[in-house]
Write a protein that binds this ligand. Structure first.
Ligand SMILES: *Cc1c(COP(=O)(O)O)cnc(C)c1O
Length: 388
């Protein structure tokens, strides 16, 4: 099995068939599992047997989803969560002790940033931030209590690209755990473990599901680290529902073809915007003008579905642009088959000051588009008329 191609593994990695020999995987909507006898029950709880006990610990549908993502990411083991943030929180909380220190990229998902700044200090866990384009500053931030380097690439919503190989080397040199939120790239475009990541986190809500239906998250990595994450997660209860796991496993079967089209559409849109006279700037990892274009080429297969750009005229022009949009959705999600436009400054990052926003790469006029699977001509036409 292990030498099959990505697309084949995504489809053919499945749970064992039941005696009904169903072709597609069944859904196990069950909270618990039964034992044969007293000895079976004892041995199962003693972990002498690898089997399902209770769906907060494991369930055949979650295991199928985990197996697929492990194959895609080149990981040994994983745990599936009810949301991406459940994965982020549980993974970090499982590994960190009071007094520990985290070094994180400044440009990270808003809720992850809030977790670091507003909640972890309650447990005396502190975080220092590095600028995504100044990896040389990281070594100066390391203290004897530093345990984790945390990063996201490409970043949400600024679409910055971080050099994963360089980060992996720093983490290895100092014996730190390197965790990557790989949500924007998906395992199809980028496999951080190849570049030295110890754990990879995904929000399954985005491109993995790809149709805006379910919330989900997953963490994968080495057996040793995942064992710690599993022990914490099975007790604290953030497990993914079997139904959502089943949905995700079906979604992964089409991940490669969907993401190929997302990327093709996104690059065409980014190229169109770059030549438009009402646009200040455009950022997309596979545009030659992207400051980290070479790094993106080195570590990603294509640029992903998100394009960020600035409308000339700042906040007012941005608002006018949103009111003019007809086809695209105004929504906060991304990685959906439907194209979505968002204005980070007035929505996801509205609680930050203008200065704080600029520090994480968000200007007031910035627009983020998650390019969907509609025909590119219709996507471009809607944006063109909204700009006019
Ligand atoms: C959406 C997102 C998350 C959180 O995922 P949820 O499923 O919404 O909890 C984490 N990281 C990134 C990069 C995201 O885009």
């Amino acid at each position: 099995m292990s030498n099959k191609k990505f697309e084949t593994e995504a489809i053919r990695t499945q749970m064992e068939r039941s005696q009904n020999l169903e072709h597609s995987s069944p859904i196990y909507l069950t909270s618990s599992f039964v034992f044969e006898d007293a000895e079976d029950m004892r041995a199962s709880f003693a972990e002498e047997k690898d089997r399902n006990i209770y769906s907060r610990y494991s369930n055949p549908n979650s295991s199928e989803f985990i197996d697929k993502v492990c194959k895609m990411e080149g990981a040994e083991n994983g745990f599936a969560y009810a949301s991406g943030m459940a994965a982020v929180f549980s993974t970090l909380a499982a590994l960190l002790d009071a007094g520990d220190h985290v070094i994180s990229s400044k440009s990270i998902f808003g809720s992850t940033h809030t977790l670091f700044t507003n909640f972890f200090p309650k447990w005396n866990i502190s975080t220092s931030y590095f600028d995504a384009q100044d990896l040389d500053s990281i070594e100066g931030l390391i203290t004897p209590n530093t345990k984790i380097i945390y990063a996201e690439s490409p970043t949400n919503p600024g679409v910055e690209v971080l050099d994963l190989e360089a980060l992996g080397a720093i983490a290895k040199k100092h014996g730190l755990i390197f965790i990557v939120d790989n949500c924007f790239a998906t395992p199809y475009l980028q496999q951080p473990i190849k570049f030295g990541a110890n754990l990879v986190i995904h929000s399954g809500t985005k491109l993995m599901d790809g149709q805006g239906r379910v919330l989900a998250g997953i963490t994968v990595g080495s057996n040793a680290l995942m064992d710690k994450v599993y022990r914490f997660s099975r007790i604290t209860g953030p497990a993914l529902s079997p139904f959502n796991a089943w949905v995700l496993s079906r979604s992964l079967e089409t991940l490669a073809v969907r993401v190929d089209r997302h990327c093709e559409n996104a690059l065409k849109l980014a190229t169109f915007l770059e030549g438009h006279d009402k646009i200040d700037w455009v950022k997309y990892p596979f545009l030659k003008s992207h400051p980290q274009y070479e790094i993106a080429k080195k570590q990603m297969k294509a640029g992903g579905c998100v394009v960020a750009f600035g409308v000339k005229g700042g906040l007012d022009a941005g608002r006018q642009f949103f009111d003019n949009i007809e086809l695209l959705s105004l929504s906060a999600n991304l990685g959906d088959s439907r194209s979505i436009v968002t204005h980070p400054a007035s929505t996801t990052h509205s609680k930050l000051t203008t200065e704080e926003r600029e520090a994480v790469g968000i200007t007031d006029g910035m627009v983020r588009i998650s390019v969907g699977l509609e025909h590119i001509d219709d996507i471009v036409a809607d944006i063109e008329q909204a700009l006019g």
